[in-house]
Design a protein around this ligand. Structure first.
Ligand SMILES: Nc1ncnc2c1ncn2[C@@H]1O[C@H](COP(=O)(O)OP(=O)(O)OP(=O)(O)O)[C@@H](O)[C@H]1O
Ligand SMILES: Nc1ncnc2c1ncn2[C@@H]1O[C@H](COP(=O)(O)OP(=O)(O)OP(=O)(O)O)[C@@H](O)[C@H]1O
Ligand SMILES: [Mg+2]
Ligand SMILES: [Mg+2]
Lengths: 265, 265
């Protein structure tokens, strides 16, 4: 089974989608075969990788309701070794629909499991070695499904006061999912995003987070970098849009840290 | 009945809470009697106005399940003429719980209605003249409840590519709520937030939004201003934390525009 990482934080706008796209691209560049699952009804990860609305015939909603398998839903992107299961707005209807069923929390996990055998390439090796799940800004059914299906959670954290406030709630939710739904769930790490070392508040928040979470926080912090926010309007990851910019360099370093930590799990 | 405005946008981190707190404070400064309802389980509006966790005995969750009235739940803040119904993490449990009921969309509207008569002050005038509802970053049950209870929606919009992408989905949702739940629902306006005129992408997005939405977009744009992001860590609105900063000036100007538009409804 591939390693499955949820990219989650209920605080909005902290860089979940940007991290999923660029970390996914960097991992693919190192030779991993990566699948991104866009589990946000906004569909930003799909758009940020150039999958236009018309091309999203099968989506992550179809996975949750069991209508399609992972292999059927995955589409190639312009990035070698990187595929995506796109999302469509009907994903927003999944919550009222699935809360009424008794196994709502394991829908995604089952769809990943179901495909492991047929998910082999022609040479018998697994089609994907990593799955990254881009979560919406909430701790509801979609994010719980992602965590229940994951080996670990990767938490993007903006160095702002409101973003720090939600951290303990997020850690509590991870503990609850581990105790009730998925005993193997761990924290892969916390990545500081949009970090501006000239901003006193950011420096203060970063110090607080490192004091609170210790070595769970990656050494690599992603700097605020306008090239990162420009890239999605071209349907490209920052690493392809501008390989040499500070943002791309940081995501490539982050990929190295993630891979080195994976060895310890 | 007070005028009820929902501050909503499913895109995360665009300035919903910051706008609710600072616009609420500015409206109160002009003499309006303002109530903020914190409808986000994160509780950032409550924290940003200095209501600590222990003081949140009755919350917006109690309104939704009909356990308390608006008047019982409202607590004073340090800002004159500004009260808040705080939120607690159990609000996150409202969605699975209430989706199962048949009138889940009108819960908040009913709790506002129920208090209008007892919501009179000793001199017979209404306790509140404006209610602002801070919505979570999604278009699910909590935000639908807010829109069903509102006269109009005020949309904070960050001048970034991903934030622009969600705008048409948001407008569609407003139309759907108007057609099925609340015929009076209008768009009060769209406010550009964290606007940096030196950033080409921001200037481009702002031009696109004004071309698409015309005079629905307020003349006042809120600049990116570090004092705004520092204020919540002191439990104060920016207008109280630093009255003369560019952010405070912008929110006071926005309050003037909102009030002038209200006359046209
Ligand atoms: N390092 C960075 N430098 C500059 N801009 C960034 C950076 N990371 C993200 N952004 C921009 O900040 C905004 C928020 O990022 P993003 O959409 O990835 O966050 P998110 O957590 O996925 O949001 P949501 O909660 O809505 O899903 C986007 O417009 C993105 O382009
Ligand atoms: N004009 C501004 N200048 C600088 N920082 C700002 C500005 N407006 C908001 N911020 C900061 O940006 C972050 C996001 O703002 P805020 O939390 O208000 O957005 P939100 O839409 O309520 O987020 P969520 O979707 O999580 O509810 C916060 O840390 C806030 O302090
Ligand atoms: Mg996102
Ligand atoms: Mg908010």
């Amino acid at each position: 089974r591939p390693r499955v990482l949820s990219v989650a934080n209920q605080k909005g706008g902290v860089g979940k989608t940007t991290t999923t796209i660029n970390l996914g691209t960097a991992l693919a560049a190192t030779g991993e075969r990566v699948l991104i699952i866009d589990l946000d009804p906004q569909g930003n990860a799909s758009t940020g990788l150039g999958i236009n609305r018309a091309a999203r015939r099968i989506s992550s909603y179809d996975l949750l309701i069991g209508r399609s398998s992972l292999v059927q839903a995955a589409v190639a992107t312009d990035v070698p070794n990187l595929s995506i299961v796109p999302s469509t707005p009907d994903l927003a209807g999944a919550e009222p629909e699935l809360y009424a069923t008794d196994d709502w929390a394991h829908r995604l996990d089952r769809s990943i499991d179901a495909t492991i055998t047929p998910g082999l390439g022609s040479d018998g090796s697994p089609l994907f070695t990593y799955i990254l799940i881009d979560c919406p800004p909430s701790l509801s059914l979609l994010t719980i499904n992602a965590m229940a299906a994951s080996d670990a959670v990767l938490v993007p954290l903006q160095c702002e006061f409101f973003a720090l406030e939600g951290l303990s709630q997020l850690m509590k939710t991870v503990d609850q999912v581990r105790e009730t739904l998925n005993p193997r769930l761990a924290i892969q790490g916390v990545v500081l995003t949009m970090f501006d070392k000239r901003n006193n508040l950011a420096v203060q928040v970063a110090a607080d987070v490192r004091a609170y979470l210790g070595d769970k926080v990656y050494d690599t912090a992603i700097p605020r970098n306008v090239r990162i926010s420009e890239a999605p309007s071209f349907g490209q990851p920052a690493i392809i849009y501008d390989y040499k910019c500070a943002g791309s360099e940081a995501y490539l370093r982050l990929a190295g840290e993630v891979l080195r930590r994976e060895k310890t799990f």
